[in-house]
Design a protein. Structure first.
Length: 329
């Protein structure tokens, strides 16, 4: 009896240490999650600042591009005016040369001013000039607005099954189970051979009442979570429901895909998913709570409860979004 009592005390100590270890792990996980959320918020702020700077640069680039275009137009006008001036100088030089040839030694008095001459014929086009050097490349235009969201694409072909992952590390040892019920009373033993009659002894005094025994440990109230498919033609298809804290509930189809279906089908002993269904009560709508949302499995988990999700009972869905799966038999 004393050894049994010591064994129970050891189990209680192990259970207490395990609970403290789990509590420490949860605290560390919460600290890591808080740090990650702060880092993500900081990165989002940096991204918004960069996006604003990029928008300002785009506006400045558009303004510089307009100034560059206007400057090119002004230069073109100046070049045209310069060509006209050059042509006028060539014509005057030709007239001056002709006048010099007709000069005589004796210069008479200047004659009266002649009438304005007729407009001369159009001169011969000059030879094409050499090709000018290429101008500097223009500034890039501003970024366009995002296009409208496209229609939902057709469902892709089933991908090739990935290689089996490495065996995961062994989990922490489970808590000791509840104390078992007392065993049934054994059969009565065979009667032994009669011994030799002893001397008649004196009657002994009545013993004192024994101490009250210790109260046994209460069995744990939580039930291990399980999974089932409801509403289908057999156990291989239907609406996904999970059992948690003594009640059944459904799973929301947000981000529900073949990787999630792979884990569910493996839990139920099937090869894998033949099809996953979202946004439609093909197998009827569930009742009660929606226990899981935003499930994101990698396909390597052995249980859907090892996958990432929002948390038990945390959801923004209704039962028209219950997830479903068809497993390959």
């Amino acid at each position: 009896m004393e050894e049994h009592k010591q064994y129970i005390e050891k189990l209680q100590n192990v259970s207490r240490e395990t609970k403290e270890g789990i509590s420490t792990i949860w605290q560390n996980m919460n600290a890591v999650n808080q740090s990650c959320r702060e880092d993500i918020f900081t990165q989002q702020q940096v991204f918004m600042k960069l996006k604003l700077q990029l928008h300002n640069l785009s506006v400045n680039s558009e303004s510089l591009r307009e100034k560059h275009t206007n400057l090119e137009k002004e230069i073109k006008k100046e070049m045209e005016a310069l060509n006209n001036i050059t042509n006028d100088l060539h014509l005057k030089d030709w007239e001056h040369s002709t006048a010099l040839k007709n000069i005589t030694v004796l210069q008479g008095p200047p004659g009266p001013k002649g009438d304005k001459g007729d407009k001369g014929d159009k001169g011969i086009n000059g030879q094409d000039g050499n090709t000018g050097k290429s101008g500097f490349p223009g500034l890039p235009g501003p970024r366009g607005h995002p296009g409208e969201k496209g229609d939902k694409g057709d469902k892709g072909d089933k991908g090739i099954n990935g290689q089996d992952g490495n065996t995961g590390k062994s989990g922490f040892p489970g808590l000791p189970g509840p104390r078992g019920h007392p065993g049934e009373k054994g059969d009565k033993g065979d009667m032994g051979q009669p011994g030799s009659q002893g001397y008649t002894g004196t009657s002994g005094q009545k013993g004192e009442k024994g101490d009250k025994g210790e109260k046994g440990e209460q069995a744990p109230s939580s039930v291990p979570a399980v999974i089932r498919l409801v509403g289908g033609a057999g156990s291989y298809e239907g609406r996904v429901e999970v059992f948690h804290n003594g009640k059944w509930g459904t799973v929301c189809d947000d981000h529900w895909d073949l990787l999630d279906g792979m884990v569910v089908c493996k839990m139920l002993g099937f090869k894998g998913p033949r099809r996953v269904l979202t946004s439609g009560p093909v197998f009827g709508t569930g009742t009660g709570d929606i226990l899981m949302d935003d499930v994101a499995c990698t396909g390597r988990e052995t249980s859907i409860f090892d996958c990432i999700f929002k948390g038990w009972g945390t959801t923004n869905c209704n039962h028209s979004e219950d997830a479903a799966v068809m497993c390959a038999t």
